[in-house]
Design a protein around this ligand. Structure first.
Ligand code: PEP
Length: 248
C-alpha cells in the first residue's frame, strides 16, 4: 500500500533553504521506497526554483492554497490554480485550519477545490476540529460538515489527479500534542468512510499535527492513516527524510 508524506512549509523558509531542501532531496530520493508518495508545499515564491531542481524526480511539489475566483482576472494578490499548474506544480493544499481561522469559509474552500480540479491539480483537503469542539463531543460533526460543505459531488475523473483528505485536529498542529491512539484511528476511519459513501472509492486519508521523525511510526500504526501531512518537521531535508525513513 502507498504511504504518503506531504510537507507544508507554511510561511517559512528562504530562497536558500528552498534550494538546499531540493538539492538535499535529490540526493536522498534514490534511497526512498517507490511505495512512498512524497510532496512538499513551499510558499508560492519558491515553487519554480524547487520545481527546477525536482522536476525529474518522484517528489511532488505543490502550493498551500489557490484562488477561489477562477483562473484569471482582476483579483490583486491572488494566485490561481492554473498558474500553479503552469509552473509545473501538481497539487494544492486547501482548507488548512490556519487559513480557515483567517476567514476562509466552506464556500470559498469549495470554489478553490473546483478551481484546482479544473486546472488539473491534485488536492489535499484539510479538515479538523478545535479543542472546544472535541471537548463538546462535536469532532465528528465538525469534520462531516467541513467535508460535506466543500466536496464536489463526484471524484475527480482524471486518474492522474489524486484527492486526499488530511485530518488535522487544530489543537495538535504545531503544539507537540497528539490525539490518543483510539481518537486517531476513529477519526481517520470516519473520514475514509465518508469519502467511500460519497464517491464509492477509497482515497488517501492522511493525519497531520505534530508529526516528527520520532513519532511517525507510532502515529501511523495507531491511526491507520495512509500517511502524514507535516509542518515543522518538513523544513529541513534531514528531518523530512528521517521521518520518511521511520515510516512503518
Ligand atoms: C500542518 O501545518 O499541517 C501541520 C501538521 O503542522 P505541524 O506538523 O508543525 O504540527
Amino acid at each position: 500500500m502507498l504511504k504518503w508524506v506531504i510537507g507544508n512549509w507554511k510561511m517559512n523558509g528562504s530562497l536558500k533553504e528552498a534550494h538546499d531542501f531540493a538539492e538535499g532531496a535529490v540526493k536522498k530520493l534514490p534511497h526512498v521506497s517507490s511505495h512512498v508518495m512524497l510532496g512538499i508545499a513551499p510558499p508560492f515564491l519558491y515553487l519554480s526554483g524547487m520545481l527546477g531542481i525536482l522536476r525529474d524526480t518522484a517528489m511532488m511539489v505543490g502550493a498551500q492554497t489557490c484562488s477561489d475566483r477562477g483562473q484569471y482576472g482582476p483579483y490583486t494578490g491572488d494566485v490561481s490554480a492554473s498558474m500553479i499548474k503552469d509552473v509545473g506544480a501538481n497539487f494544492v493544499i486547501i482548507g488548512h485550519s490556519e487559513r480557515r481561522s483567517h476567514g476562509e469559509t466552506s464556500t470559498s474552500i469549495a470554489s478553490q477545490i473546483a478551481c484546482a480540479l479544473e486546472a488539473g491539480l491534485s488536492v489535499v483537503l484539510c479538515v479538523g476540529e478545535t479543542m472546544e469542539e472535541r471537548d463538546s463531543g462535536l469532532a465528528k460533526a465538525v469534520v462531516l460538515k467541513q467535508l460535506e460543505s466543500s466536496l464536489p459531488k463526484h471524484a475527480p475523473a482524471k486518474t492522474e489527479q489524486f484527492f486526499a483528505i488530511a485530518y488535522e485536529p487544530v489543537w495538535a498542529i504545531g503544539t507537540g500534542r497528539l490525539p490518543m491512539p483510539e481518537e486517531l484511528s476513529e477519526m481517520t476511519h470516519f473520514c475514509r468512510q465518508i469519502m467511500k459513501d460519497r464517491w464509492q472509492i477509497d482515497i488517501p486519508v492522511l493525519y497531520g499535527g505534530s508529526v516528527k521523525p520520532s513519532n511517525v511510526h507510532d502515529v501511523l500504526i495507531a491511526s491507520k492513516a495512509s500517511g502524514v501531512l507535516v509542518g515543522g518537521a518538513s523544513l529541513s531535508p534531514e528531518d523530512f527524510f528521517q521521518l520518511v525513513a521511520n515510516l512503518p
